[in-house]
Ligand binder design. Structure first.
Ligand code: PEP
Ligand code: MG
Length: 746
């Protein structure tokens, strides 16, 4: 066979470029490419399979297989050798294809005659576009050099596909980035939004994947890398040893920028005929492919650093800066692979919606989006590769789906939905100042959950009676270094000022589990949700907790102060925490600071164990707040972050409601004030059932106060209690059907 030396592959790429420049278009272009490859590789067959839809590959061009099978032969991802290459993103190189694992013979193609098979993934920036295959009758193992050459060609085909080079006459391919698409994801913040895409990282378009002067390309690459290095060094100097974490990231950048392996591979690609930017993008694609496979969080971070560095290099090479000249649309929907909470806060309320390709429901970005009440859908595969700046998009945060470039009927149905939600919001405004009193005269107090400064205006807008849960860790999470005590004092003071005398319940740091501070050494725990978190950290390493308590006492400035400790699982933990507060008060007194007029010290009931604590505990604690999110996950042993099991157990499950009722009874006996502050407090049906169980304080997202109040004002809690008791008596698993029936009838 003709071995592909560097110059061979350069020749092939040169011919490919001629084909691109000639006026053959669409299908003819694809056909020509397969001919060229087969000819230059000295093989009988060369075929290109491209994705028809997410699941299906289609034979789009072939030299050597039956022509009639083009656009007829299809296979699912994972099916046969071609499907396996597409699924794994890995090369298959075998001399004896018919006996290779997973071989599936497609009779219409006539491929049974061919023994050897080499399949190369066609992918661009981690997105699988198709598979390039060469086959021959003789039994041969293609050399590493041939594999490498074909990888370069596959990269060029990927670029061409992205640029729409195969769309046109006779081609069954539809242009990319024009179809309307329904992309499924996971809800991280409910709500509906319509707008236009704003890419957090605008993609760089490589228009010249093939180059004819390797020397010049090498020079361009070297110059760009030099510029990159200088830039990184300057950034490192700028951080001036101040921000350790940022400096660490930059050090990693520097390591890559000086990495011999990274440079060598790109130089080799250029020698084979790629342009400098195509060589960078090829490396980036490989890194993204690896990123998808790597489990280890640390390694993934490093690969993502490399991805970022490649982006910088591409911007230098193409001159397409971060500032692409595009303007933030009036109704921006942010699209990103992932985003940190601080970056998200920079955009702030300008955003109408957020779509993340990765992300997770429990991520910090999700916490921020929730606080800002911006609809957020995460895990939306392909959004960063499919969506372009300015594309029309609908974010359905309720269903967890995204309509990209939607058709008219979808748009009008969606607008109806938004209008209905707006109408409902208006209705809620009219009851904003009214107390939540049920038909049978029961008063329920509605408070809001908060954690960011951005939440504070909601205190007035939502009609909340106070802040029932201030998650102090959010302020720690959105920074990249530990806040100083003086900063905390100023911050808590602003919160108390904004509250204007309304009660604010500050929860001390709840870190650990999914909330890992970026500047703290991560502890590798097999099960962090049940690990060293919240008050456990606070008691074992009291430094930060003491600083926080001091800051809170100073911020109260002689006024009342309410503090609660998260994740208390037994009496003794509460006693120790209370002791810490007392010691801090003593210290503050000695230092001459003014003390709060009154301090209430509460505990969060988030583990079933605390519900069964001695009655003495209920008597000693100033108040209790049920953290329903955690309590439910431990009650049912179902991880709140695991989409598979999270929704399996209903909050209205009889066992759970009975447990809540039991806690209410115990609090009644001891006279302990009780509230509920998990997400369920903000879901109207769940909220009225909790009220029926006897909960009189509910704390929720500000946006939920209207809907919850509206429903509370319509129900009779006495009747609901009876309905719940009857359903329980009948042995039903959940009271939901009975409650829904009642609500339909009122
Ligand atoms: C809860 O667990 O219900 C709660 C309010 O705390 P968080 O969601 O912050 O864990
Ligand atoms: Mg909790």
């Amino acid at each position: 066979m003709v071995e592909n030396t560097e110059s061979e592959s350069r020749k092939l790429l040169g011919r490919l470029r001629e084909t691109m420049a000639s006026d053959v278009a669409g299908q003819a272009r694809l056909d020509k490419i397969t001919q060229l490859i087969a000819d230059s590789m000295g093989t009988e067959v060369c075929s290109i399979y491209l994705f028809r839809d997410e699941e299906t590959l289609e034979l789009c061009a072939t030299e050597g297989l039956n022509r009639e099978s083009v656009h007829q032969t299809r296979m699912r991802v994972g099916e046969g050798l071609v499907g396996r290459v597409a699924r794994t993103g890995k090369v298959i190189n075998t001399a004896d294809a018919p006996n290779a694992r997973g071989f599936r013979y497609m009779p219409e193609t006539g491929e049974e005659r061919y023994s050897s098979f080499l399949g190369i993934p066609v992918q661009r920036l981690g997105e699988m576009l198709g598979v390039l295959v060469v086959q021959s009758k003789d039994r041969r193992n293609y050399s590493a050099d041939a594999v490498y050459a074909l990888e370069v060609v596959a990269m060029v085909i990927a670029e061409m596909t992205e640029l729409g080079a195969f769309v046109g006459e006779g081609s069954a391919m539809s242009p990319l980035h024009q179809q309307s698409l329904l992309l499924k994801g996971t809800t991280a913040q409910e709500g509906a939004a319509e707008g236009h895409i704003w890419l957090h990282e605008p993609r760089v378009v490589v228009t010249n994947p093939i180059a004819d002067d390797p020397q010049r390309e090498l020079q361009r690459l070297n110059e760009a890398v030099d510029e990159l290095r200088v830039g990184v060094d300057r950034m490192l100097e700028d951080t001036n040893g101040g921000d350790k974490e940022q400096a660490q990231v930059l050090e990693t950048y520097r390591m890559f920028a000086n990495s011999k392996g990274w440079m060598r591979r790109m130089e080799e690609d250029i020698a084979r005929g790629l342009s400098a930017e195509a060589a960078v993008e090829k490396e980036q694609s490989l890194a993204r492919g690896r990123m998808a496979q790597v489990q280890d969080a640390y390694l993934r971070e490093r690969l993502s650093d490399l991805d970022d560095l490649s982006n910088r290099l591409l911007r230098i090479l193409t001159g397409q800066g971060r500032d692409t000249g595009a303007e933030l649309p009036a109704d921006p929907i942010l699209v990103a692979r992932n985003i940190g909470p601080a970056e998200l806060l920079e955009y702030g309320r300008k955003l109408k919606g957020i779509i993340l390709e990765e992300g997770s429901v429990g991520s910090h970005a999700a916490i921020v989006a929730r606080a800002l009440a911006i609809p957020l859908v995460v895990h939306v595969g392909r959004i960063t590769t499919e969506g372009l700046n300015g594309d029309h998009v609908l974010v359905d945060g309720d269903q967890g789906v995204v309509h990209l470039r939607p058709d008219d009927p979808v748009v009008s149905a969606f607008r109806d939905k938004i209008a209905m939600q707006a109408q409902a919001q208006e209705r809620y405004t009219s009851i904003r100042e009214k107390p939540a009193i049920t038909r049978d005269g029961q008063r329920v107090h509605l408070m809001m959950n908060a954690g960011l400064m951005a939440d504070l205006p909601s205190l007035v807008n939502s009609g909340a009676e106070g802040v029932g849960l201030f998650r102090t860790e959010l302020q720690f999470l959105v920074r990249n270094k530990m806040p100083r005590r003086s900063e905390l004092v100023a911050l808590y003071q602003r919160v108390l000022e904004a509250a204007g005398g309304k009660r604010v319940v500050f929860r001390t740091l709840d870190i650990g589990s999914d909330k890992v501070l970026p500047y703290m050494k991560p502890t590798d725990e097999p099960n962090p949700a049940m690990g060293w978190r919240a008050i456990r950290v606070g008691l074992d390493k009291p430094g930060v907790m003491r600083m926080q308590l001091q800051a809170l006492i100073r911020a109260a400035n002689g006024g009342p102060l309410t503090v609660m400790f998260p994740f208390v699982a037994q009496f003794e933990e509460y006693r120790q925490a209370r002791e810490e507060v007392n010691k801090t008060i003593e210290r503050e007194k000695r230092l001459g600071h003014v003390l709060p007029s009154r301090i209430e010290i509460g505990a969060m009931l988030e583990t079933p164990s605390l519900g069964f604590a001695p009655l003495k505990f209920f008597e000693e604690v100033d108040f209790l707040s049920i953290g329903g999110n955690d309590l439910k996950q431990f009650f049912f042993a179902a991880d709140r972050e695991n989409e598979r099991v999270r929704k399996r157990y209903d909050t209205l499950n009889v066992s759970f409601l009975s447990f809540i009722e039991r806690i209410v009874e115990r609090c009644d006996i001891s006279g302990t004030p009780l509230s509920f502050c998990g997400e369920d407090a903000g879901r109207p049906i769940e909220a009225v059932c909790l009220a029926a169980m006897g909960i009189r304080y509910l704390s929720m997202r500000p946006a939920s106060i209207g809907p919850v109040k509206s429903l509370l004002m319509r129900v009779d809690l006495g009747e609901m209690r009876k309905i719940i008791a009857d359903a329980r008596h009948r042995g039903e698993q959940s009271v939901r059907p009975a409650v829904m029936q009642y609500l339909r009838e009122i």
